[in-house]
Design a binder for this molecule. Structure first.
Ligand code: PGA
Length: 250
């Protein structure tokens, strides 16, 4: 059985006080959704405060990005060992905003995936097509290429400790969600790619859906057989909606 994971990607949002309030809200309702694993992904500068508030609770935390390097002359970057030092369990790699706004190629993303594992963090690898790619009918080819870059560098066994997030770019922050069947089809495709290499491992890997997930649509998405949770942006900033999504996965 794959335990569902609901991950809150806060992106570049929050302040010391808003984060305290948000965490109090989440912790207030987390016992009711204990069947689901919860984790939050604050901006780097708030990781320490989040770690202090979540230590000893059932809610985990991680970072939104990491450097592919371990340390050294990389002004403005944050390394895996630093994230580990702050108690991060997970780190998101290859979010579409990193790929499109900050020019991260499939190869850079693969190296970040490798760095995460090397330093004891579980990568959440984001893959997904743009609207143009979907309209051209190349969704599977795009997702396959993004996955292959990581498989070529790290091998299928590296997914034992990893999570995959399918996030169609056209559904992120747009209020437009993939239909449950559209999402399920791509999740099944991703699982089949891994199964071709290692069927037992493929059946264990969690594949999250991301893209305008909210309380109102989480139920129909999380009930699909290959959807193992959500990577939630906007709705993760509202504790009630975040908990509603988790509830849908229970
Ligand atoms: P959204 O973002 O839920 O606001 O669409 C999801 C994501 O980018 O991870």
């Amino acid at each position: 059985m794959r335990r569902k994971l609901v991950a809150g990607n806060w992106k570049m949002n929050g302040s010391t006080s808003s984060i305290r309030e948000l965490l109090q809200g989440i912790l207030g309702g987390s016992a009711e959704v204990a069947a689901v694993e919860l984790a939050v992904f604050p901006p780097f500068v708030y990781l320490d405060a989040v770690a202090r508030q979540l230590t000893g609770t059932a809610v985990g935390w991680g970072a939104q990005n990491l450097s592919e390097h371990a340390s050294g002359a990389h002004t403005g970057e944050v390394a895996g060992p630093m994230l580990k030092d702050l108690g991060c369990v997970y780190v998101i790699v290859g979010h579409s905003e990193r790929r499109t706004l900050y020019g991260e190629s499939d190869q850079v993303v693969a190296r970040k995936f490798a760095a995460a594992r090397k330093f004891g963090l579980k990568p959440i690898l984001c893959v997904g097509e743009t609207l143009e790619e979907r309209d051209q009918g190349v969704t599977e080819a795009v997702v396959e290429r993004q996955l292959k870059a990581v498989l070529d560098l790290e091998g299928v066994a590296s997914f034992a400790d990893a999570v995959i997030a399918y996030e169609p770019v056209w559904a992120i922050g747009t209020g437009r969600t993939a239909t449950p069947q559209q999402a399920q089809d791509v999740h099944a495709f991703i699982r089949a790619q891994l199964a071709a290499l290692d069927p037992a491992l493929a059946s264990q890997v969690r594949i999250l859906y991301g893209g305008s997930v909210k309380g109102a649509n989480a139920g129909e998405l999380l009930v699909m057989p290959d959807i193992d949770g959500g990577l939630v942006g906007g709705a993760s900033l509202d504790p009630k909606d975040f908990l509603l999504i988790a509830k849908a996965g229970c």
